[in-house]
Design a binder for this molecule. Structure first.
Ligand code: SF4
Length: 258
């Protein structure tokens, strides 16, 4: 199940994703599905063939059975605001800012009619604070005036909100409502999908379509969390820790380190 951290540290279930129950620590190697070799000598061949994709998913389940959204939130509206704030900013910084922000602005109405100058200063540490203020206030206003104060639950409706593109909508639907409408393609998912040769595309929309073709819908929510966790903890952008990576035998990225 996709789980989400709340402000009090408890986890709540938002959607349907399967986990295997093993420790979250990555374990390199081992004679599991990913370790078997094809006739050609490469572990389960190359590209997004079904056997190799299954092996990658199996390894991700082993390493991150309970991967979840790391933006702390109590409801879909808070998640929406946190996700808007997270553009070009770490989740850690967003969580620090929202710890003060959400008690002061507890719902869409409060943010819709906030003092923009004050809000800009309150979210300033997350960067791009003027644009983010416009997006937050615009989205909140639309939620109040057109959606009865509730975050809409369809991709089409979410995309009408200022500052909301497909990635943000997928985060809110997946982690806020447990609806697998697509796959979140952020910078980590993009990088890892390329390194793991799950796509040849570089455009996030096309990457998402490629991933949706090769991964079962029931795995979409958990899979994106798992790739994000792997990207943050092991497969870093600049210096991936390949020696610690349990996908190493399935990976032939040119970025691999020895
Ligand atoms: S590049 Fe390295 S860390 Fe990233 S998936 Fe491949 S083996 Fe793992």
């Amino acid at each position: 199940m996709a789980r989400t951290k709340t402000r009090n540290g408890k986890k709540k279930t938002a959607g349907a994703g399967k986990s295997t129950g093993r420790s979250a620590k990555s374990a390199r190697g081992g004679a599991t599905a990913g370790g078997r070799k094809s006739a050609g000598g490469l572990p389960l061949g190359r590209g997004p063939n079904p056997q190799r994709v299954r092996a990658i998913l199996h390894r991700l389940d082993e390493a991150y059975p309970e991967a979840s959204c790391e933006l702390i939130h109590e409801n879909p509206f808070e998640l929406l605001i946190s996700t808007i704030l997270s553009a070009q900013c770490t989740d850690v910084t967003v969580n620090i800012v929202t710890k003060e922000l959400f008690p002061k602005y507890p719902d869409a109405r409060a943010l819709a009619y906030a003092d923009p100058r004050a809000l800009e200063q309150e979210i300033r540490p997350t960067g791009f604070f003027r644009n983010k203020t416009k997006s937050i206030m615009g989205a909140s206003k639309k939620i109040v005036e057109e959606f009865g104060g509730k975050v809409p639950q369809t991709m089409e409706e979410l995309l009408t909100l200022p500052g909301v593109a497909r990635k943000t909508a997928n985060v809110v639907l997946g982690s806020g409502f447990g609806i697998a409408s697509g796959i979140v393609v952020d910078t980590h998912v993009q990088r890892l999908s390329e390194r793991l040769d799950l796509t040849k595309n570089t455009d996030p929309k096309k990457i998402e379509q490629d991933l949706m073709q090769i991964i079962l819908r029931e795995k979409w929510i958990l899979f994106s969390h798992q790739l994000i966790w792997h990207g943050r903890r092991v497969c870093n952008a600049r210096k991936p820790k390949c020696a610690e990576c349990n996908l190493e035998r399935l990976c032939y990225s040119k970025d691999k380190t020895s």
